[in-house]
Write a protein that binds this ligand. Structure first.
Ligand code: ADP
Length: 169
């Protein structure tokens, strides 16, 4: 019954079909894993009301980290950034929901944790740009690109959260 209601909502343009719903690639960096912040960080996205579509603990190889951060390859900090991201396991996540990309960036806070607002993940949990605990895609297009980069076919789950009707009128 729920599936039928959803199909009607999709056809009436009230709800985007799953393939159209925005997704963001969120990654807990090695410092977040080492510092035992995995549960805390996941919890913030869960409580907000986004839907988790993919999740794995993963040791990132150098070439993948370079591809992920390719726009920063000419920055002086690039070699240190690659060392940091590959220094231990990361937690890779695909989160879904309307507006998730911009909202996740707000939940995460400014790149420099000392400038990040209290209440944000970086504002509450970190002190340095080079150890800022979490990554979030900066545009819906990059969300798609990064999820395709970090997840293999079949690693994302298509499922409906029972919370959705209580989050979205
Ligand atoms: P964001 O992660 O907030 O989108 P950027 O895309 O500008 O920020 O940078 C990507 C990541 O590179 C940052 O999250 C941080 O880990 C690292 N980084 C950025 N600037 C610096 C810097 N000046 N020194 C060290 N690391 C940096």
């Amino acid at each position: 019954r729920r599936a039928a209601a959803r199909a009607r909502a999709v056809s009436r343009g009230i709800v985007a079909s799953s393939s159209e719903v925005e997704q963001s690639y969120i990654m807990i960096k090695p410092d977040g894993v080492q510092r035992g912040l995995v549960g805390e960080i996941i919890s913030r996205f869960e409580k907000k009301g986004f839907v988790l579509k993919g999740l794995k603990l993963f040791q990132c190889p150098t070439d993948l980290s370079q591809e992920h951060y390719k726009d920063l390859k000419d920055k002086p900090f690039f070699p240190k950034l690659i060392d940091y991201i590959t220094s231990g396991p990361v937690v890779c996540m695909a989160w879904e929901g309307d507006g998730v990309v911009a909202s996740a960036r707000k939940l995460i806070g400014a790149t420099n944790p000392l400038q990040a607002e209290p209440g944000t993940i970086r504002g509450d949990l970190a002190v340095q740009t080079g150890r800022n605990v979490v990554h979030g895609s900066d545009s819906p297009d990059n969300g798609k690109r990064e999820i395709a980069l970090w997840f293999k076919e079949g690693e994302l789950c298509e499922w409906e959260s029972v919370q959705t009707p209580w989050l979205i009128e």
